[in-house]
Design a protein around this ligand. Structure first.
Ligand code: COA
Length: 434
């Protein structure tokens, strides 16, 4: 019966693309859940449409509708998290960042449109025997947008893992399906550098047996997994599932047994990694994907005792303001779930919000610890929320401290070549007394 419903709703990519009309708002699946075929097919509508606004987050491929100058006035990219392509296209004016905390991204966006979304283009793993597709590895905003949209088209891809949690939807609830079995985008886990290994060691020292972890995007948060091999009973409650978590599970370090929320389960909202990660989450009842609205809600995160969040940043100033999303006025990525997970960890009993970063950037020519953030830098974690900062020179615990004491703690973990400069500038600017 459900096979029949599915087959009746099956259309071609071109038919699906032609259902997008001028001035439509279009939500899409994100990261490894991106509807590759549908986004490529939309370029064929170039002569038919004007002013279509696509809501994106970390687009994985340079789709024509976003990168081609001829798409001016046709498609506009409203973006929750920039990728390399968005950074390149930004000066051309066809993309703009939507400031957001990830757990409110869909809710706030829909508030701005009075709850209205014309089209949702997502992806799903093929239906199971009960006639349910799985939204697979993408639950950041996808389910909320799907529920709000007037028209829902899902690109079914047999390479997508069939996952559990809040991911299952019966085929009768979807308007149309297209089939496109594209290989999934993979993000290889980089081998940690010597500096990243030092940082990983400092972070690991702060993680006790029985703790629950969230690891953010970027090289450093993932460098710690190698240092946790002798820990016991760790749990995972994270925005993003990464390959390092599979290593820890297979080593018997992560078993989720001491979690105080969802014991026995790894909880996340999306997965981005290698095929090994996608195979691990496929039909795995020990892994659940929930909406970003739930997984990243700081009050939900805080229900995990000993919750440790590890994120990385581009700049920290001596007030403890953390910038992870821009380099001065140049928008780089986004707040994503950094502030959500950081705040959740701080609210948790025995928890800690860690920001870990290299002490320098650009081949050692600039300090990432600075007297003041560069003009125009976006504040990702405000100074009143900051907790623990780590570099390859050690750990600075800033929580509850004065600006003077924060400065001293940060100077101790700054690169030695920049320590005098930071102090002298802070005095010259009157941030601390001469
Ligand atoms: N000034 C100027 N440039 C800087 C810099 C600084 N202070 N710090 C870093 N850079 C440059 C690097 O040299 C590098 O340049 P390149 O691309 O030309 O090589 C670039 O910025 C990226 O730095 P890197 O440290 O390699 O980035 P990353 O891939 O490890 O990502 C963040 C780091 C902070 C950008 C990323 O983690 C992020 O976007 N975080 C916000 C969201 C978040 O944490 N979400 C968490 C939940 S998943």
């Amino acid at each position: 019966m459900s096979d029949q419903i599915y087959n009746q709703k099956l259309i071609t990519l071109e038919e699906a693309a032609s259902m997008v009309k001028s001035s439509d708002t279009v939500g899409i699946g994100i990261a490894a859940s991106e509807p590759v075929g549908l986004l490529q097919a939309l370029a064929g509508q170039q002569e038919e449409v004007e002013d279509v606004h696509i809501w994106t987050c970390l687009p994985m491929r340079p789709y024509d509708i976003f990168v081609e100058p001829s798409m001016d006035g046709k498609f506009f990219n409203e973006n929750w998290f920039y990728s390399v392509t968005d950074r390149k296209v930004h000066p051309e004016g066809r993309v703009s960042y939507i400031p957001n905390n990830l757990h409110r991204a869909a809710t706030d966006k829909l508030k701005s449109t009075g709850g209205k979304l014309n089209v949702f283009l997502g992806t799903a793993a093929p239906p199971n025997e009960e006639g349910c597709v799985s939204l697979s590895v993408g639950m950041i905003v996808e389910r909320d947008l799907l529920e709000a949209a007037d028209l829902v088209i899902l690109e079914v891809n047999e390479n997508l893992p069939f996952t559990f949690g809040d991911t299952l939807i019966h085929v009768s609830e979807i308007d149309y399906f297209v089939e496109n079995h594209t290989p999934l985008v993979e993000l290889p886990a980089a081998t940690p550098t010597e500096i990243e290994k030092k940082i990983g060691g400092y972070i690991a020292d702060l993680i006790e047996d029985g703790a629950t972890l969230q690891l953010g995007i970027g090289g450093i948060p993932n460098a710690i997994t190698a240092f946790l091999k002798d820990r016991k009973d760790l749990g995972i409650h994270t925005e993003m599932f990464v390959d390092g978590m599979v290593d820890l599970f297979e080593a018997g370090v992560v078993n989720n047994s001491k979690k105080t929320l969802h014991p026995g389960k790894m909880i996340g909202t999306f997965a981005l990694g290698t095929q090994r990660l996608y195979d691990f989450v496929d039909r795995n009842p020990g892994v659940e994907f929930h909406r970003g609205r739930y997984t990243n809600d700081p009050f939900v995160i805080a229900k995990n005792k000993k919750m440790i969040s590890v994120n990385t940043a581009l700049q920290v100033d001596i007030y403890g303001q953390v910038c992870s999303q821009s380099i001065g006025t140049r928008h780089f990525s986004g707040t994503g779930g950094q502030l959500d997970t950081h705040r959740g960890a701080q609210l948790s009993e025995g928890g800690r919000g860690i920001i870990a970063m290299r002490s320098t950037a650009r081949n050692g020519t600039i300090s990432t610890i600075v007297p003041t953030l560069s003009p125009g830098a976006g504040v990702t974690v405000p100074s009143q929320d900051v907790d623990t900062i780590i570099t390859e020179y050690g750990v600075a615990e800033l929580i509850g401290k004065t600006v003077r004491d924060r400065m001293n703690a940060l100077i101790n973990i700054a690169h030695p070549d920049f320590r005098d400069w930071i102090r002298d500038e802070a005095k010259r600017l009157g941030i601390v007394p001469k």
